[in-house]
Design a protein around this ligand. Structure first.
Ligand code: KIV
Length: 279
């Protein structure tokens, strides 16, 4: 049975110590957040993947801070128990530490997030430390860093060569020292994720990083069957594209054939007495 207390960042460390897996899915709107929260997910990530998954962009780069605040607030209105973590979008934390603090502050103050996530290792360690020092919890993100897609040359797996694998291990240690409470490991070999997970006290949350991370995250649209193309590591738990398309076709058929809406007299007869009296 799921504990009904709100999840705190300290609970994630406790879960790692107890060997309990951490569950995280992305959410971008209130009804989805309500459903995922009710299903007992530990963490709802308002990912900047919203740009690709929901807004039709071909990368996360066009996502603005205003958009992230807007979606984070929507998720916050649906989440009762889950920890809400908001992605800091491209250029909202790389320019100066002062800007990063103000921008992260907006995600907490206006968006209602409990923590922020940002991509990168050593180059962002000072910013992470400043945020953590003033009380803003930070989740790291290493491996495939979608905001660096142009520099990386695409959305390929990372850390398959020794030099890059060692750099990711070093980045993870630096992030832990800077104070992050958890780190996402995206699209790296399972053996590398296992090594990092074993070396850190903070939890690792994997996506395409094998089974040995302390938790797992997926983009909800991918696992719900709402996306056209998904990475090979995704497991589809539902076919919402099929369900929505069938419902839309059934509605259109009913309207065209006159089966919907029902004639006023017949609809009123079918409604319960209490509803009839109220209207
Ligand atoms: O933006 C996002 O959805 C993410 C996940 C892929 C971890 O960062």
């Amino acid at each position: 049975m799921t504990d009904s207390r709100p999840v705190r960042i300290t609970d994630l460390r406790r879960k790692k110590q107890a060997g309990e897996k951490i569950t995280m899915l992305t959410a971008y709107d209130t009804p989805t957040a309500r459903l995922l929260d009710g299903a007992g997910l530990d963490v709802l990530l308002v990912g900047d993947s919203v740009g690709m998954v929901m807004l039709g962009h071909d990368s996360t780069l066009p996502v603005t801070l205003d958009a992230m605040v807007h979606h984070t607030a929507a998720v916050g209105r649906g989440a009762v128990r889950a920890l809400v973590v908001a992605d800091m979008p491209f250029l909202s934390y790389q320019v100066t530490a002062a800007e990063a603090i103000r921008n992260a502050g907006r995600l907490l103050q206006e968006g209602g997030a409990a923590a922020v996530k940002l991509e990168g290792g050593r180059p962002v360690a000072d910013v992470v430390k400043r945020l953590v020092d003033i009380g803003i919890p930070v989740m790291g993100h290493l491996g495939l860093r979608p905001q660096s897609v142009h520099q990386l040359g695409g959305y390929m797996r990372r850390g398959t060569e020794t030099r890059e694998a060692e750099a990711i291990i070093e980045d993870a240690a630096v992030l832990e020292a800077a104070g992050v409470f958890a780190v996402v490991l995206e699209s790296i070999p399972a053996a590398l994720a296992r090594t990092i997970t074993g070396q850190l006290r903070m939890p690792t949350i994997g996506i395409g990083a094998g089974p040995d991370c302390d938790g797992q995250v997926l983009v909800s649209a991918d696992m719900l069957g709402l996306a056209d193309r998904v990475p090979p590591f995704v497991r589809r738990y539902a076919d919402l594209q099929g369900t929505i398309a069938a419902a839309a076709r059934a509605f259109a058929d009913d309207v065209r054939s006159g089966r919907f809406p029902e004639a006023a007299g017949r609809a009123a007869l079918k409604r319960p007495a209490a509803t009839r009296n109220a209207s």
